[in-house]
Design a protein around this ligand. Structure first.
Ligand SMILES: [Zn+2]
Length: 91
């Protein structure tokens, strides 16, 4: 059943290896996509992910208002506030 045009199949180790090999050879994302039967955007995303490109987004901390690199929508406190004891009973 096709319910989404987004290619969300898992990447196998073999596909990753193939992807890496082709990237190393300087193949284009389009060529790689064809070779491993995936969409071009899926290939792009995988390359980005494997390259460890930070997806971090700048956000303002909900606590101190400082800007910090957020991992995602769930990540709203900066590093120091996250580890700070926010209990009103804390000394
Ligand atoms: Zn903060």
């Amino acid at each position: 059943m096709v319910w989404n045009t987004t290619d969300c199949r898992r990447w196998s180790q073999t596909e990753d290896d193939q992807l890496f090999a082709m990237v190393a050879e300087g193949k284009s994302a389009g060529a790689i996509a064809k070779a491993i039967d995936r969409s071009e955007s899926s290939v792009y995303h995988r390359i980005e992910m494997l390259a460890g490109k930070p997806k971090a987004k700048k956000r303002h901390c909900m606590c101190c208002g400082r800007e910090f690199a957020s991992d995602g929508p769930h990540h709203r406190l900066c590093g120091s506030c996250r580890h700070r004891n926010l209990s009103p009973y804390a000394p």
